[in-house]
Design a protein. Structure first.
Lengths: 115, 116
């Protein structure tokens, strides 16, 4: 069964600190892996998309890694800001190539950044 | 920057009533999607739409649901006879290419549907 699992469920850090969020996926066939940020009551916003050939990708203070062999990904946030408080969701499409590939969402990690 | 828009932002309806949720995808996008998120749960795929027809749908998307692109800009989700369990946030999304390829899917702000 295609699944995306994330840990931890929630995380509290102090402003300015770094953190790393984890994702394990069992999606076949695998084509790409995405990280989204979702503020409460808002739509998800894409942070990164990585294909199986990419090991790491950065978007400002966000750096995602991908290990296609172990089917693991991580999202590292550097020098956290109060505005980083949100849910971070790991997402993988269920198909590839010509398939429309509906997105399979993890439950997300709820990050709270405190002053 | 182009964005996906959705109306209304909040819809309250009585059980058994029909509702239509509206979305305006980004203008040059070809693939359209509806997702839902029940409060406190993960986002779930409902349906994808391409070339004026449904290309994929989930088990959730039963005969009570339908989608339509009535003109060149709008994309709608209709729920024929709403149930209490249809209460959720409904997100529309659009992309230039299919999800199986690394194309961005842009999400709208959502419509919160409350069925009483």
């Amino acid at each position: 069964k295609n699944q995306v699992e994330q840990s931890p469920q929630s995380l509290i850090i102090l402003e300015g600190k770094n953190c790393t969020l984890q994702c394990n996926y069992t999606v076949s066939p695998f084509s790409n892996l995405r990280w989204y940020k979702q503020d409460t009551g808002r739509g998800p916003v894409s942070l990164t998309i990585m294909t199986f050939s990419e090991n790491t990708k950065s978007n400002g203070r966000y750096t995602a890694t991908l290990d296609a062999d172990t089917k693991q990904s991580s999202l590292h946030i550097t020098a956290s800001q109060l505005s980083d408080s949100a849910s971070y969701i790991c997402v993988a499409p269920s198909g590839y190539g010509g398939s429309q590939g509906n997105l399979i969402f993890g439950k997300g990690t709820k990050l709270s950044v405190k002053p | 920057e182009p964005e996906v828009t959705q109306t209304p932002s909040h819809q309250v309806t009585q059980m058994g009533q029909e509702v239509i949720l509206r979305c305006v995808p980004i203008s040059n996008h070809l693939y359209f999607y509806w997702y839902r998120q029940i409060l406190g749960q993960k986002v779930e795929f409902l349906v994808s739409f391409y070339n004026n027809e449904i290309s994929e749908k989930s088990e959730i998307f039963d005969d009570q649901f339908s989608v339509e692109r009535p003109d060149g800009s709008n994309f709608t989700l209709k729920i024929r006879s709403t149930k209490l369990e249809d209460s959720a946030m409904y997100f529309c999304a659009s992309s230039e290419g299919p999800g199986g390829m690394p194309y961005e899917q842009y999400f709208g702000p959502g419509t919160r549907l409350t069925v009483t």
